[in-house]
Design a protein around this ligand. Structure first.
Ligand code: IPE
Ligand code: IPE
Ligand code: MG
Length: 248
């Protein structure tokens, strides 16, 4: 039986988020430059996006570049930005063909003008696509996002748009970059690291976490299916007891 056929279509996660990690180690293991790992990582992105769209995932969020990744050597940052521009440019026709909408979250103003332009173009071009939303987290960090949301809400209080007593979890969620999508149901992290690395701190509150030792360039459709199968074995209780869930 293929892995894909073991997935129950009626219990799919709506939103899958992925921390794509291990590109550098993948290259180092082959005595290659780290940037070759990133290039190969882009191939894994293509395959994963295709798998997610085919199976019926509604939102796929990929952590592509963190706020902290700016601290990497300049050469690597440049190579990553060039790869990003090239990938968006080359993949936009495929996104159109597969009816995938592109969005981005993060401090996009910190990207250089050329990157912003290519990104904006692709977002605009794909805006009407409805099969799946692919979200790239770029120059993103959860703490940055929460800090920006706090500033936004504080401004609204100052301008008498909202009173302090009216601030709810919903107010905070709406002030986030991710306001347009539901919280992730499943988070996948590759490369055997067991941490969140400043990703979606607010949104991961009740997300199921899946860790695999596979390095990101080796991630493929079957690895994605394995994560979905594992997810479908979980019981999401949201604080309730198992017995309460049986009654629903
Ligand atoms: C993930 O792979 C890609 C980015 C963070 C941009 P890494 O480059 O972190 O690979 P490792 O963790 O060094 O192996
Ligand atoms: C997390 O990977 C960021 C991305 C995948 C874009 P890192 O490799 O930067 O995370 P740490 O430094 O190991 O926590
Ligand atoms: Mg890493």
């Amino acid at each position: 039986m293929s892995l894909k056929s073991a997935i129950q279509p009626e219990c799919l996660p709506k939103h899958v988020a992925i921390i794509m990690d291990g590109n550098g180690r993948w290259a180092t293991q082959r005595s290659q430059d780290r940037n070759l790992g990133h290039e190969q990582g882009a191939v894994a992105v293509r395959e994963t996006v295709e798998a997610a769209a085919e199976i019926g995932i509604e939102f796929l969020t990929l952590y592509a570049f963190s706020t902290e990744n700016w601290n990497r050597p300049k050469d690597e940052v440049n190579a990553l930005m060039n790869l990003l521009v090239r990938s968006i440019h080359n993949e936009t026709p495929t996104l159109m063909k597969n009816h995938i909408r592109l969005r981005a979250i993060g401090n996009l103003d910190s990207l250089d003008a050329k990157t912003q332009e290519i990104l904006d173009e692709a977002i605009e071009k794909t805006a009407q696509n409805t099969r799946m939303t692919l979200v790239l987290a770029l120059s993103y960090s959860g703490r940055w996002e929460i800090t920006e949301a706090v500033k936004h809400i504080a401004r609204d209080v100052q301008d008498n748009q909202i009173s302090i007593s009216e601030i709810s979890e919903k107010t905070v969620s709406k002030a986030m970059d991710t306001a347009f999508m539901p919280s992730p149901d499943l988070l996948i992290r590759t490369s055997g690291e067991y941490r969140i690395s400043n990703f979606l701190l607010w949104q991961l509150a009740y997300t199921e976490l899946y860790f695999t030792n596979v390095l990101w360039p080796d991630f493929n459709k079957d690895e994605f299916y394995k994560a979905l199968i594992d997810y479908q074995k979980r019981e999401r209780r949201f604080g309730k007891t198992s017995q309460q869930l049986e009654l629903i």
